[in-house]
Design a protein around this ligand. Structure first.
Ligand code: PLP
Length: 461
């Protein structure tokens, strides 16, 4: 008897979820939600249930309520935002994670979860070729990874100014200057706010045409200010896929004793391709990095990694200790030392399974294929007079306009979505409406891109 059938005989809810989930991935389905918010509310927003309901029936209700509101980011024709497609081996490991029900707070609450995270941390540092002494926190995504890296940065730059944030708190601390690109990803500003920084502390550096920092303006701004400094750089701009000039930034940060944090939510994975080595040259000299698992690695949501070279600074910023949280000298890694949560999902199992199933070769193949997709699309569309390409297309992103017109660009997106089984979205970037196409879903390949290019060409007239 298989495990599923054993479970199935005692738990119809599990069998129903399993049967549905497997066929969901196999059958054709809408790419966008087919019901609006009001319609979705009718099935979800019921009066508070006073009595219980059979688990099997609840799962059927959930499927009926949710499916019309699902978006197909697990489909290769999904090019909107920058989102991964939830690898099925990762999904299987995620199911086990829920079934095992582990709390990956400390080593003793789940030794297996703690050691899986340890293994994933080592693999990541190896794959990304970052300093092997770094510590890694498995967090919910790049937003939280940025929060963790910047919390470590805040403590470390204040310690260099002989200020102990853990003891004295932030209120009387010396002013920290935080340098970041005006066009940095919004989540960096959010993470800074969570850490007690506000607009008055940000030194916004003007962006170049790729949305990354004008390095000479950063150099000027750093020269003009004294005191503790943190610089936030980007590896893979959300629109252009562009990269900061890491050799120059590294040199500036060393000269000013500043902490360099790199937001590499998806772009840091360019590290695995030798032909893209120039994009991330010297990124390894930074102090901390944030990178997602749920984007290019296709680990199911939520999966992000906060990587900090100075493990002690990382631990000081995050550790939670209490006298009931037992630790023995021979315990393995305590996950809570490296992320902001105590009770938490055992994120290491799905991450371990996806990296194990892809292997280094699979990671390289995925990143290379998606970069080739963007490059091929650029090649095809460069020959179409109605299309203007707005980025350099160094990575997996392509940003374009139609007839150099906001309305025509929006119309193109609407028609691709309505008529061609495609999911795209526009954005406003550098004051213009643009169509931003991200090749990152696990199965997107050159044949998907050929169809997209044909359709854009046809619509552009
Ligand atoms: C450059 C960059 N930084 C940070 C984030 C935030 O990542 P997450 O949504 O995983 O928290 C994103 C998301 O697209 C991103 O592209």
């Amino acid at each position: 008897m298989t495990i599923m059938s054993t479970i199935g005989t005692c738990n119809p809810a599990l069998t129903a979820a399993y049967d549905y989930a497997v066929q969901y991935r196999q059958r054709p389905r809408a790419l966008d939600a087919t019901q609006n918010a009001a319609e979705l509310r009718r099935k979800f927003c019921l009066p508070t249930p006073e009595t219980g309901r059979d688990g099997r029936a609840v799962i059927d209700d959930l499927i009926a309520a949710a499916e019309p509101g699902l978006v197909a980011n697990t489909n290769p024709n999904f090019f909107a935002w920058v989102m991964g497609g939830s690898d099925t081996t990762g999904v299987a490991a995620d199911w086990l994670t829920s079934m095992w029900g582990q709390n990956a707070g400390i080593f003793q609450t789940s030794p297996a979860a703690a050691i899986a995270e340890e293994a994933v941390s080592t693999w990541l540092l190896d794959l990304l070729d970052l300093p092997r002494e770094s510590s890694v926190g498995l967090v919910t995504g790049a937003t939280m990874a940025g929060f963790v890296g910047l919390a470590a940065a805040r403590g470390a730059v204040l310690a260099r100014a002989e200020y102990d944030i853990e003891r004295q708190g932030l209120q009387a601390a010396p002013l920290i200057h935080v340098f970041l690109c005006d066009d940095a990803h919004a989540t960096n500003f959010a993470a800074l706010r969570y850490l007690g920084f506000g607009e008055a502390n940000f030194v916004r550096i003007p962006a170049n045409t790729q949305g990354t920092m004008q390095t000479d303006r950063l150099a000027e701004a750093m020269r003009a200010r004294s005191g503790p400094k943190i610089v936030i750089a980007t590896a893979g701009h959300i629109n252009s896929g562009g990269f900061d000039d890491f050799p120059a930034l590294g040199w500036l940060c060393r000269s000013h004793d500043a902490w360099l944090h790199v937001d590499g939510a998806f772009g840091l994975w360019a590290r695995v391709l030798p032909e893209k080595a120039h994009l991330t040259a010297a990124v390894e000299a930074a102090d901390s990095w944030s990178v997602d698992g749920h984007k290019w690695l296709q680990i199911p949501y939520d999966s992000g990694f906060a990587i900090v070279k100075n493990a002690e600074a990382h631990r000081r910023a995050m550790d939670i200790s209490a006298n009931y949280l037992n630790r023995n000298p021979d315990d393995g890694r305590n996950p809570t030392e490296f992320n902001p949560e105590l009770s938490r999902r055992a994120r290491g199992f799905a991450a371990w399974a996806v990296i194990r199933s892809l292997g280094r070769e699979g990671v390289i193949e995925t990143v290379r294929r998606h970069c080739a997709c963007a490059s091929e699309l650029r090649h095809r569309l460069a020959a179409v007079p109605a299309i203007q390409i707005r980025n350099r297309v160094d990575l997996n992103q392509i940003v374009l306009r139609v007839h150099d017109c906001d309305q025509a660009t929006r119309l193109m997106a609407d028609r691709l979505n309505a008529d061609f089984n495609t999911f795209v979205r526009t954005a406003v970037w550098r004051g213009e409406t643009v169509l931003r196409i991200s090749a990152i879903e696990k199965d997107t390949d050159l044949s998907t891109i050929a169809k997209l290019a044909d359709n854009i060409e046809r619509l552009a007239g």
